[in-house]
Design a protein around this ligand. Structure first.
Ligand code: GCV
Length: 651
């Protein structure tokens, strides 16, 4: 599916009944660049929905404003929020220039979804709503599952029609930032901040900005060495500090719309301040000082852990690493630094507890990092709608002592590792676009429900047919639970193939160095993370620490993450742990089969090409789910020699 062709995804506007008379003309008051984009977008939408071309008027020429029209008003003091009101046939959308753009997309969405409640005022829940792309300059994408990069090819920056189509998709769901290169910055990528690339990056950033999106780059902390010719990258070295200041002056003068930088330092082999005996705060603050004059941000990732663990070392616990490294630094970061924290303490497993670090930063800005790239959740070959999981994370109470203490209250925004590539449908699996859309909508409005977001996305993508909405929504809403059932049980994680992270390999990571052990033997499984074990539970504020440390109160879906238990342990259902494992795997594979049944009911109701593309992936998902079921169940049977009570086929 690769090539220059690309779909319009959920923005392929179609003929729509009941679009009001206001769609006949568009009147603009204001000169902001995003306001102009809003007017153009509305015009295209109205044309497609009504078959008529609306008249558009600008500035002084406001003849239309006293008869049915859409009136777009830019308010000088407005930011990204908007107000929408329908009165006497005039639909007024007002706000800052970006706000009007969001309002225009909201209006289009309402019309397409048949929502006639036009009076609303909305502002984004959080200021930062970003995608992080892990695209390499040679065009490959680390953990990319939807084709090659559309930002880079052959060590060049690509700016073409697709750049704008991409920005339009992002803006339509409320995303306002995109870091386009891999956080593992190596080779040519280190030179993105040199004159070799800045011209093209400026072009890209201007296109993004028309859609209210800031361009961000990932940075090589060792750039003073790799491109600067200095002998050190020590953040306290005066020559290094001066080099960064000069460099940022050059970069921001060439790309004034740049939002800032994402930094992966001292993590998985990337350089960082540790090499010089300096702290993360010293490293981040040095960069923050250099970008401050230009309003730039430094987004410093907290994915820092020892990735060379010996399996015999039972004291080191990777889950502890982020909190151990960053909690003591609370309050020591500059105010243009955001700490970007992965949702869980490990790495985007289908089930993990929420990172305790969210409960420890009272005086530091932070972002929640999630991954829609589905690295560990089926790689866009399986349906796995992640928005219900993100909702759970946002509403997780940290007990940090504030009145409003949920993750959503603590963060300054969200970043998602992107699932896009140059496949025609952008996301490999057509249904994976629901995660892209859903991430944006949820980041813009944390209060939306996963179900409502799914409903919107389906209506925008496939139309409002009742069965289409019902079946696809059911498929999406059940998909995460199904994936969890047929893969690794009770929060244990890491039973996938090392390296690729696709398909089962129950002991693959047991014999690797990444600190991701489940330690199953013939008697018991799980990691004791209570105070008697690694002590990880103590990183949570009370009462969470006690809740997790007690196997009776620990949520069952996380039981083996926190506890080491015998296979005969009885769960609340009365089942033994081993029987639960067998049952869950059979059930999960059954649910993968159910996805196919639901989709097949839609033959003839969705466009045939899309129907077949999805069907092909669902068949692969079923095959893979059955493989997971059989490999995991057989593994535990052979390990424990306890048979399945129901006598089903185990290998
Ligand atoms: C970009 C995981 C992935 C890596 C990724 C890393 C990160 O370990 O497997 O590919 O590197 O996370 O988030 O930095």
């Amino acid at each position: 599916m690769e090539g220059l062709e690309y779909s319009r995804a959920w923005l392929a506007y179609r003929k729509t009944e009941g679009v009001g008379d206001f769609a006949g003309s568009i009147v603009c008051r204001g000169g902001g660049v995003q306001l102009k984009t809003a007017a153009t977008e509305l015009k295209a939408a109205f044309e497609a929905m009504t078959g008529r071309t609306p008249e558009t008027m600008e500035g002084e020429d406001e003849r239309g404003a006293d008869r049915p029209c859409v009136l777009l008003i830019e308010e000088a003091s407005g930011g990204e929020g908007y107000r929408m009101e329908l009165k006497d046939g005039v639909m007024t959308v007002s706000g800052g220039s970006c706000g009007v753009l969001y309002g225009a997309f909201a209006l289009i969405r309402k019309l397409a979804c048949g929502d006639t409640d036009f009076n609303e005022a909305k502002a984004p829940s959080k200021p930062l709503r970003m995608l992080n792309h892990w695209d390499n300059l040679d065009g490959s994408i680390e953990r990319g599952y939807s084709g090659a990069s559309f930002f880079f090819r052959d060590n060049k920056v690509v700016v073409n029609e697709r750049t704008e189509a991409y920005a339009r998709l992002l803006a339509s769901c409320g995303i306002n930032g995109a870091a386009i290169n891999n956080v593992n910055v190596k080779g040519a990528a280190s030179r993105l901040i040199t004159s070799e690339y800045l011209g093209r990056l400026r072009e890209m950033s201007e296109i993004f900005w028309r859609w209210g999106i800031r361009l961000y780059l990932s940075l090589d902390f060792a750039a003073p060495l790799s491109i600067g010719g200095l002998g050190t990258a020590d953040p306290l070295d005066e020559a290094v500090r001066a080099w960064w200041k000069d460099k940022m002056a050059e970069v921001f003068s060439a790309v004034p719309r740049l939002g800032g930088f994402v930094v992966k330092a001292d993590s998985e082999g990337r350089p960082g301040p540790f090499s010089y005996g300096r702290s993360h705060a010293e490293g981040a603050n040095m960069l923050a000082e250099a970008v401050r004059p230009y309003g730039g941000l430094i987004i410093w990732r907290c994915f820092v852990y020892n990735c060379r663990q010996d399996w015999r070392d039972t004291k080191t616990d990777r889950a502890r690493a982020a909190c151990d490294s960053f909690a003591p630094l609370d309050g020591s970061f500059a105010d243009n630094v955001y700490l970007q924290i992965k949702n869980g303490p490990m790495d985007f497993q289908v089930r993990e507890p929420v990172s305790p670090l969210f409960g420890k930063l009272r005086r530091t800005k932070c972002l929640l990092e999630v991954q829609i790239a589905q690295e560990y959740t089926g790689q866009q070959r399986h349906v796995c709608y992640l928005i219900p999981q993100f909702k759970e994370i946002l509403s997780f109470r940290t007990f940090n002592g504030s009145e409003r203490d949920a993750v959503a209250d603590v963060i300054g925004g969200m970043a998602a590792v992107s699932n896009t590539g140059s496949d025609c449908n952008w996301t490999g699996h057509d249904l994976a676009a629901a995660n892209l859309y859903g991430f944006g909508r949820l980041a813009f409005d944390n209060a939306l429900s996963a179900e409502d977001i799914a409903g919107e996305w389906i209506a925008l993508t496939y139309g409002r047919g009742e069965k289409v909405i019902r079946n696809i929504r059911k498929m999406l809403m059940n998909s995460h639970a199904a994936y969890e059932k047929y893969t690794a049980p009770l929060g244990i994680g890491w039973m996938c193939a090392p390296g690729t992270h696709y398909g089962p390999s129950p002991e693959g990571y047991e014999y690797d160095r990444w600190g991701t052990y489940h330690r199953a033997d013939h008697l018991a499984i799980g990691v004791d993370r209570t105070p008697a074990g690694t002590g990880y539970t103590e990183q949570y504020n009370p009462p969470l620490n006690a809740i997790y440390a007690d196997r009776e109160t620990c949520p069952e879906e996380l039981l083996l993450f926190f506890h080491r238990l015998p296979y005969t342990y009885r769960l609340k259902s009365g089942k033994t742990l081993i029987q639960h494992i067998y049952d869950a795997h059979f059930e999960g594979a059954g649910e993968a089969a159910e996805l196919i049944r639901l989709w097949k009911e839609l033959e003839g109701e969705v466009e045939p090409g899309a129907y077949l593309r999805v069907l092909e992936r669902l068949n692969e998902q079923l095959q893979s789910a059955e493989e997971w079921r059989d490999v995991i169940n057989s593994y535990f049977w052979r390990k424990t020699m306890i048979p399945d009570e129901k006598g089903r086929k185990l290998y």
